[in-house]
Structure formats: C-alpha cells, structure tokens
Design a protein around this ligand. Structure first.
Ligand SMILES: NC(=O)c1ccc[n+]([C@@H]2O[C@H](COP(=O)([O-])OP(=O)(O)OC[C@H]3O[C@@H](n4cnc5c(N)ncnc54)[C@H](OP(=O)(O)O)[C@@H]3O)[C@@H](O)[C@H]2O)c1
Length: 300
C-alpha cells in the first residue's frame, strides 16, 4: 500500500489532499501540531504524527517509510526572520527526504517563485531548489492566489468595498484551495512520473480586481466598489496587528512585485493548469454564508 506523508493537513490545501489520499485507500500520515483540528471521520483513518516542522528529528521520524511527501510552508506571522524560518523548515524536509529515501515530493509553491524580490514567493523558489536537490522526483505547484484570501475581507465586502493590493485592471489567476489539494493528491498518488517538474495551478480564468468586484457583487447581492491600497499600507496594518516586520515586509514585497506592469506568471495557462472551481461557486458556497451570518445586506 502506498504511504503518503502530508504536512499542513489542518489547513485548506493539505486538508483537501488528505481527504483524497484517504479516499484512494492509500495510507496517509499527517504531520500536525494540533490533531484535534482534523475532522473526526478523517482522523481515525489517518496515522497522526504530532509535532512541529521546526523539529527536524520529528520530521524525519514521522515520514519514515513514506513513498511521497506533500510539503508546504505554513502561514506564519510572528517569526523574526521569515526567510530563515522558511528555509530552516525546508532543510528539515530535505533531511527527511534524504535520510528516508523518499522518492517523491509535491511542494505547494506560488507563481512568481522563479523571480527575485517577491518576498515569500522568492523564498518558495529557494525551497523548490532545496527539495529538488534532496529527492529524485519533485513537482512544485506554482499556485495562483487563493480565493480563500477573500474570507479575510468579509467585513469590508459587507460594507460594499473590495480592497485590492494589485492594479485593479490587471488580470491574475485565482484558484480555490480545494482544487490545489486535488491537484496535489493526483501527483502524490501517481507513482509513474519522474524527474523535476514545475506546474501552474491557475483556477478557471484570470480575473482583474474590477472583474472580481462585479462577480462578487452579483453573487453577494449588491454592488462593490473596488479600491486599490498601497502595499505600504498593508505592511503598516499587518505590523499594527502584531505581524513581525520581516513577515510584513515579505508580504508587501510580494504585492509590490506582482503589481509591476511587466509581471506575469511564467507558467502559461493550459488545460492542465486550469482547475474547475469558479469564483462564482466559491462566493456562493463559502463567502455568501459568512456574509449572511453577520450582514444586514440581502442574501443572494
Ligand atoms: N494564500 C495564497 O494566495 C497562496 C497562493 C499561492 C501559494 N500559497 C502557499 O500556500 C501555502 C499555505 O497553504 P495553506 O493555506 O493550505 O496552509 P496553512 O493554513 O497556512 O498551514 C497549514 C497548517 O500548518 C499548520 N502549522 C503551522 N505552523 C506549523 C509548524 N511550525 N509545524 C507544523 N504545522 C504547522 C497549521 O495548523 P496548526 O496551527 O493547527 O498547527 C495550519 O493549519 C503557503 O506556503 C503559501 O505560500 C498561498
């Protein structure tokens, strides 16, 4: 039986991949800090290994005997040096891949990972290289922005506004995390591929923030005004909310870079990189219920 180790399984991407791995009948090993966050029907069908990815010995121990590893850098806000944190974790992954001779790794990366000066996205590019040096077969999933990021904007959406850090007319790919999890699971469960790969995961279509506002306005039942916010404001607001200067700057740098006129993802959109969940479906299923729960706006 295939044995698949996954980190970040209490989060949206690896959580979805975990469901698919379990459904396939493979043995899933979830490396988690808080096992109680795994949904119950799933938890009892998974080998749970409790520990932190900062503990290299834990990562090695927990991934012993794995045929494939799903790796991602979990979102973090407080670390002093975001790049050092990201690379330290990735070195723990690399050590586990080598010591346990794990042949395959699927890494949740981002579009832009091949560029310098994109903050955490550039760090992801460095992680890609560390993993490629440690395992014979690797795929870096260079993902679009996650639709789930909109869940942090429920209050402003309720107020009829969509704030964007990107040029409002420029289109970018946007993907639902469940689609990323599904793509990751397909790579994890397939033992036939070899070598090092980079793949875009792009959602169904590229959208500008203005188009986003139109679609969300239709689904959520009222017009939305799209307004651009400078990356500097984001950096300031993040730090006011307790984010470390290093993490806040990495986010700001990413948005400054994405906002450059010549920026576009290096991976072309193809049938393979196009994934099914539309923004409309995401908004109906995930965003509208949250907005309805707290809103005086009419529901869709
Ligand atoms: N957001 C976007 O638009 C976007 C776009 C492209 C790529 N990405 C990439 O997607 C990745 C994040 O994916 P995601 O949102 O599914 O994951 P996530 O929610 O950020 O993290 C997954 C889980 O990791 C756990 N975790 C946190 N720190 C940990 C540690 N030190 N040791 C062990 N577990 C830890 C957390 O659970 P506990 O706190 O319960 O332990 C969390 O539920 C990032 O690397 C990001 O760069 C994001």
């Amino acid at each position: 039986m295939m044995r698949i180790a996954l980190v970040g399984a209490t989060g949206p991407v690896a959580g979805r991949a975990l469901e698919q791995v379990v459904q396939s009948g493979a043995q899933a090993v979830a490396l988690v800090r808080h096992p109680e966050k795994l949904p119950e029907p799933l938890r009892s069908r998974v080998q749970v290994e409790q520990g932190t990815l900062e503990d290299g010995a834990f990562v090695v121990r927990a991934t012993r005997g794995a045929d494939a590893l799903l790796w991602l850098t979990p979102t973090t806000y407080g670390v002093q040096d975001f790049r050092a944190y990201t690379l330290d974790l990735a070195r723990n992954a690399a050590r586990a891949l080598q010591e346990n001779r794990i042949p395959r790794v699927v890494f949740v990366s981002s579009h832009g990972a091949d560029r310098p000066d994109l903050g955490q996205v550039t760090f992801a590019g460095e992680v890609e290289k560390l993993l490629e040096a440690a395992a014979p077969h690797t795929v870096s999933l260079r993902c679009a922005g996650f639709m789930e990021n909109l869940l942090a904007s429920v209050d402003t959406l309720k107020g009829g506004q969509l704030f964007t850090l990107l040029p409002p007319d420029k289109q970018y790919p946007l993907v639902a995390t469940r689609d990323v999890g599904d793509v990751a699971a397909r790579w994890l469960l397939d033992a036939s591929w070899s070598g090092h790969h980079v793949r875009g995961v792009h959602g169904p279509q590229d959208l500008s923030a203005n188009e986003l506002a139109d679609i969300l306005g239709r689904v959520l039942g009222g017009p939305l005004r799209c307004q651009r916010v400078p990356a500097e404001t984001l950096r300031h607001n993040f730090m006011m909310r307790g984010m470390s200067p290093s993490v806040a700057e990495a986010y700001a740098q990413m948005f400054r870079g994405f906002g450059q006129p010549d920026y576009r993802p290096s991976e072309p959109r193809t049938a393979e990189t196009t994934t099914p969940t539309t923004l409309e479906a995401f908004a109906r299923e995930r965003l509208a219920p949250r907005i309805r729960a707290t809103s005086s706006r009419p529901g869709p």
